[in-house]
Design a protein around this ligand. Structure first.
Ligand code: SAM
Length: 447
């Protein structure tokens, strides 16, 4: 090997090693964002982007990649050690989906990492499998849309496999949205999401001016809900350290508009961490009591509030089963949910959603609603929201609550775009129609 080639190879290992590490942590149950935070530290911007893209790409396309790799492995694919499987997936993802990575670089770096992991035998194995993949022109591209799969569009199993989603969920979506919309939703979830930034301590126009001045291209997010950029690392954008902005999908940011809080109201944000909505609503409210039951998440919430809050938000460790305050003018329950509206941003979440988790969350959401409503003052507002697309976590909860509490009625915001509301006036955003994360919210007024 020439000296130049050896140096290129060594440089190429760091982002791939980081991606492998992220995958190992996600497999062990760590949320992807937390795994990325640790694993990407110390890499330069280009390597961070590559590592992030590879790890997220493998999670999004895992079933399709496995379907390509399994026939190339002479032994049983399911018996290949999990870390080597991820190494092969990373190599395959680069070969089939990343035009900018030459196939030989994908193979060479994968082989070196395999040697680090399991010695020369592991290196030889990975080399043989990836070379077979690179030289088999008949292999479908995991990022393309092969014609033969189009015929199977109504088939939940094929769609679930192709898009690495749980089959039971795809079946539900097919039933509810039909084939065309379900396909668009799955395709949306497989796309790499753009960074969307929202005003915090600075106005959007000022931020945009600063970024343009620094040569950073921007464009408005849908419905004017933020600014989008192709940059990946918010910490490196001017204004971050001063808390000028926060990272938040338009769907989450639109909640503040939909909530339409009266000026200077006191708000109890009952499930507040990490605080995106607290910060958005804190710009309008007089005071926000931001509670969360999870202590370490409250630490993160407090950190985020210090960076970008208005100073009127107060983080507390508190279980929403026992609200820590007397009745106030507005209560937000941004409930723990399956998060099926945010699979594009959180590809690791797909493997965690199960029918049992849906049942458990449905119970918890009902319980929390039954507790937090007690601290809505007469004439006050109760906002219930999730980032789920599943009716049991959304409309169903609201209908059930209204049946039990006739003193509450829906009062949708009058200024909010009707295209983002259901017939009953609930905020209802679905990625395949609105090109942003999915979200749901109901705005209820107490008599
Ligand atoms: N509102 C947050 C934001 O915009 O950044 C996101 C909230 S997240 C969907 C749900 C939160 O509910 C989690 O942080 C979780 O720790 C919290 N949670 C779960 N059970 C809770 C409970 N019994 N009381 C308070 N918070 C709870």
């Amino acid at each position: 090997m020439s000296v130049n080639k050896a140096m290129t190879l060594t440089r190429g290992l760091a982002p791939r090693r980081a991606a492998l590490h992220v995958l190992a942590q996600v497999r062990a149950g760590r949320p992807m964002d937390a795994a990325l935070d640790g694993a990407l530290r110390g890499l330069d911007e280009a390597d961070r982007r590559l590592a992030h893209e590879m790890a997220a790409g493998v999670l999004r396309r895992q079933s399709a990649l496995d379907a390509q790799l399994a026939p190339l492995v002479t032994r049983d694919w399911t018996k290949v050690p999990p870390r080597l499987q991820d190494l092969l997936r990373l190599g395959a993802y680069q070969i089939v989906s990343l035009d900018r990575v030459p196939a030989h670089a994908a193979v060479d770096t994968s082989v070196s990492l395999a040697r680090e992991e399991g010695g020369p035998r592991a290196g030889g194995f990975v080399n043989a499998v990836l070379r077979r993949l690179g030289s088999s022109p008949g292999q479908p591209d995991a990022s393309a849309d092969p014609a033969e799969l189009a015929d199977l569009s109504a088939d939940a199993a094929a769609l679930a496999e192709r898009h690495s989603h749980p089959r039971w969920l795809v079946e539900r979506w097919l039933e509810r949205f039909g084939t065309g919309e379900t396909r668009r939703l799955l395709e949306w979830n497989d796309r790499r999401p753009r960074l969307v930034l929202q005003a915090a301590r600075e106005g959007l126009a000022d931020l945009e001016r600063r970024w343009r001045g620094a040569g950073i291209a921007t464009e408005p997010a849908p419905y004017g809900a933020g600014i989008m950029t192709d940059r990946r690392r918010p910490e490196e954008l001017p204004g971050f350290a001063e808390g000028g902005f926060l990272v938040q999908d338009p769907a989450q940011a639109l909640l503040a508009w939909y909530a339409d809080l009266p000026p200077d109201v006191t708000l109890y944000d009952a499930a507040a961490a990490p605080g995106g909505k607290t910060i958005a609503l804190g710009r309008e409210a007089g005071l926000v009591v931001a509670g969360d039951v999870n202590r370490s998440r409250v630490t993160r919430l407090a950190h985020n509030l210090r960076r970008a809050g208005s100073g009127r938000e107060h983080p507390v460790v508190a279980d929403a089963h026992r609200p820590p305050l007397r009745p106030v003018g507005a209560v937000l329950l941004d409930a723990p949910c399956l998060g099926t509206g945010t699979f594009a941003r959180h590809p690791d979440a797909r493997s965690r959603v199960t029918p049992e988790a849906l049942e458990r969350l449905r119970g918890l959401q009902g319980e929390l609603l039954e507790r937090v409503y007690t601290v809505v003052a007469p004439g006050g507002l109760l906002i219930y929201s999730t980032c789920s697309l599943e009716p049991e976590e959304n409309e169903w909860q609201v209908e059930r609550f209204l049946d039990r509490h006739p003193g509450f009625r829906r009062e949708p915001s009058e200024t909010f775009p009707p295209a983002l509301m259901s017939e009953k006036g609930d905020l209802t955003i679905v990625p395949q129609r609105h090109e942003m994360d999915g979200a749901f919210a109901a705005r209820l007024r107490r008599a």
